[in-house]
Ligand binder design. Structure first.
Ligand SMILES: [Zn+2]
Length: 326
């Protein structure tokens, strides 16, 4: 059964469709278990392969539109292969995680091709290419770090479509891992927005708070716990807004809004947070315009949460993340 095109037309919720939550090909999950079909698709000269190395792939800008550079299966370097999907013209897409020791970016001589990352290019790519690169980076990062059976320690073997690995000794199957993380727009009763600077970040770079969901914990509890741990602010009214994958290396970011009770003072956990403060909309805009504040890149859910509160797009500003981001 093929997945109807409308499946990607769903209402993505208050945040709308996020940069890395887009897609343009059918994942065709029913094909993954059909080894014969997978091999035939891989052998087809029309098949397009995106090669991932260190969470990046080759991209090229044509008529102002950045896009992925694909190679054929024959041109792809050695590495773990995985099936990404099929487009409306029945063209199959695969990813390959370039094997260690491969000369980086040597698999294409396309003029103007250069390595691109999701962080920098994710918001600029088309729906199809943003979805393919996000999917490919996620699977490449999993394969690169999950090479052995957790039960017996033997080297595992990827299944033909690359969406699971199998232990040749005990037959156990192993599936890609995801780390759920919460990221939250915290507002106060005056509708100000809380931003914080990670202790490791340069001055001026700030964002909304975020943290991993712990084992045995709900996402909503993680929101309340993280805000209290990092800023000593008690929040209630936790509302889910939307999600996007952030596969560097394997996060699924769950976006929330949480409202703080009035009359609280911020006290940061100095090991983790360098500073934190409330911003009105006017204060935030002025800080960005004067170069005192840079907010997260457009590809991030952090940026979308901040702009959701602000009520429109914000400029990157000279203290932005773009220059440092990779
Ligand atoms: Zn095993």
């Amino acid at each position: 059964m093929s997945v109807p095109a409308e499946i990607d037309g769903f209402d993505a919720g208050p945040l709308g469709r996020l940069a890395l939550s887009r897609s343009g090909v059918d994942r065709a999950t029913q094909r993954r278990t059909d080894a014969e079909w997978v091999e035939a698709a891989w052998a087809d000269p029309g098949t397009r392969v995106v090669v991932v190395h260190a969470s990046q792939a080759l991209g090229r800008t044509v008529d102002g539109q950045p896009g992925l550079v694909f190679v054929s299966a024959a041109e792809a370097p050695e590495g773990t292969r995985f099936f990404l999907g099929v487009d409306d013209d029945e063209v199959a897409y695969f990813g390959v995680s370039a094997a260690a020791g491969t000369e980086p970016w040597s698999w294409s001589s396309e003029p103007g091709a250069e390595p691109i990352s999701l962080r920098v290019a994710g918001a600029l790519l088309s729906d199809r290419d943003a979805g393919l690169l996000t999917h490919a980076v996620a699977l490449a990062n999993w394969h690169d770090t999950h090479t052995h059976c957790p039960k017996c320690g033997a080297v595992t073997v990827p299944a033909p479509a690359g969406h699971l690995t199998v232990c040749p000794v005990d037959g156990t199957e192993h599936f890609p891992r995801l780390d759920p993380a919460v990221i939250m727009l915290v507002t106060d009763p005056d509708d100000r927005c809380l931003l914080a600077r990670n202790a490791l970040w340069p001055k001026g770079r700030m964002s909304v708070l975020a943290g991993f969901v712990e084992p045995g914990e709900s996402a909503e509890h993680a929101v309340v716990r993280e805000v209290f741990e990092e800023a000593a602010i008690v929040v209630g009214q936790v509302r889910y807004l939307g999600s996007q994958p952030w596969p560097m290396p394997r996060s699924l970011m769950l976006g929330y809004q949480a409202v703080a009770a009035a009359g609280q003072s911020i006290a940061v956990d100095e090991e983790e947070i360098g500073e934190a403060r409330w911003f009105t909309r006017a204060e935030m805009r002025e800080a960005i315009d004067t170069g005192e504040l840079g907010v997260a890149p457009s590809s991030s859910i952090a940026r979308r949460l901040i702009e959701f509160w602000y009520g429109g797009e914000l400029p990157d500003g000279s203290a932005g993340w773009a220059a440092a981001a990779r």
